[in-house]
Design a protein around this ligand. Structure first.
Ligand code: FEO
Length: 400
């Protein structure tokens, strides 16, 4: 099939593909808006492919790649990241263009040997920080980015087009729309929630490595960012880089509150609803309420990334935490969540214990503040003034 290819930068074509059929990314995170696996091709005196795609998108990818090459051979394939959503098609690529030279870090070469039993690692040129590849007009500068998101990761900077090929950094869930450029989409309203959820859950644990990459990137004159997932950035780069800077330091996006509740029979939910209304009534902006039983945990962790203040309301269950709350707190701890202010509501018909356990989990993380008073329900909220006092404490903390 021959069709026009979207251009990401001069001589640079998007040959990746979107997947709207996959239900869960990494078989874990729901992606109702799909996901794109971006692969780019530079057509210079020599031809360079930057990453491949997931197996699910391979037929579309190879169609586009052959169309773009238009009979030319493929000279180089750069492997920025060995996770199979970007390198699954490598073996097939080498079968089709057997003389292609693979370029990657030494760590990636080792992983190539582990992922593929076909001797792919034999046609690798390993590169170190600062090495370059000149293909004619374009020169690619290799910048290592270990743990953004795996240890073998590197990114490339094309000094001819001032384009950063950023691997998973600046990626987002979401299949690509008609345009591949963020400035032609309603990114802030349609894409930002998925970008935040992608960052929090895929890269969120690795804030320090992301900060290191941002520091290296700040020394480059970048006009275009080509990530491995989601749209290409060619305008307002600072707006998105600022989000990454905040997220990688676990800084909230502003003074925002949300209420998360678990509730078996609706009584804890009723208290949570009243608290959200009372906080909101104090003029601090919208206060979303999330039922943690029906909200995917990746949405909840992402909401913690956005907010400065979170109310947790939880029944005592088997003398411990309601399992969904236990899972959420455990996930937050693994992701390195820090620096948030919490208010706690526990429910227990005969032996309430959830607040003590939630506090212990939160205090095992960095820079977490638990407000007083803690609200204890014995089956139901008997005195609305107790909920109002908790709402007052949250609103006061938001507007000290
Ligand atoms: Fe998109 Fe870490 O792979």
């Amino acid at each position: 099939m021959i069709y026009p290819l979207p251009m990401a930068a001069p001589d640079t074509y998007l040959v990746g593909a979107s997947d709207r059929r996959l239900a869960r990314f990494e078989n874990l995170f729901p992606i109702p808006r799909g996901v794109s696996y971006n692969s780019y091709l530079i057509l210079d005196e020599q031809t360079v492919l930057l990453d491949t795609v997931d197996n699910a998108a391979a037929p579309d990818f190879f169609d586009r790649l052959e169309c773009a090459l238009d009979g030319r051979t493929l000279d180089y394939a750069i492997v920025h990241h060995m996770e199979p959503d970007h390198c699954a098609a490598l073996a097939d690529l080498v079968r089709r263009w057997p003389n292609v030279q693979l370029i990657c870090t030494a760590k990636a070469k080792q992983m190539l040997g582990h992922f593929f039993c076909t001797g792919l690692d034999q046609q690798v040129r390993t590169v170190n920080e600062g090495e370059t590849l000149c293909t004619g007009r374009h020169t690619l500068h290799f910048v290592t980015a270990p743990m953004v998101h795996w240890p073998e990761v590197m990114v490339s900077y094309d000094s001819f087009t001032k384009t950063l090929f950023s691997a998973d950094a600046f990626g987002t869930f979401g299949a690509l729309d008609g345009s591949i450029f963020a400035d032609e989409l309603d990114f802030e309203h349609v894409w930002l929630p998925d970008a935040r959820r992608y960052y929090t859950n895929i890269v969120g644990k690795y804030g320090t490595p992301v900060q290191a990459l941002l520091k290296k990137a700040s020394a480059l004159d970048i006009q275009t960012i080509c990530p491995l997932h989601g749209p290409v950035w060619r305008k307002d780069l600072g707006w998105f880089i600022e989000k990454y800077d905040r997220w990688s330091r676990w800084q909230p996006e502003g003074t925002h509150a949300a209420v998360f509740y678990a509730s078996m029979y609706g009584n804890t939910a009723a208290a949570a609803q009243l608290i959200a209304q009372q906080i909101s009534a104090r003029g601090v902006g919208p206060v979303p309420v999330h039922d943690i039983s029906s909200t995917d945990i990746s949405e909840l962790t992402s909401e913690v990334m956005r907010c400065s203040h979170i109310v947790l309301a939880c029944p005592t269950y088997n003398g411990s935490l309601y399992p969904k709350m236990r899972d959420l707190l455990s996930d937050l701890k693994e992701l390195g969540a820090q620096g948030r202010t919490w208010a706690l509501v526990e429910n227990g018909s005969w032996a309430p214990n959830a607040a003590r356990l939630m506090r212990a989990e939160l205090e095992s993380m960095k820079d977490m503040t638990v407000l007083e008073p803690v609200l204890t329900l014995h089956s139901t909220l008997q005195n609305p003034a107790d909920a109002i006092a908790l709402a007052d404490a949250v609103a006061e903390s938001m507007n000290p």
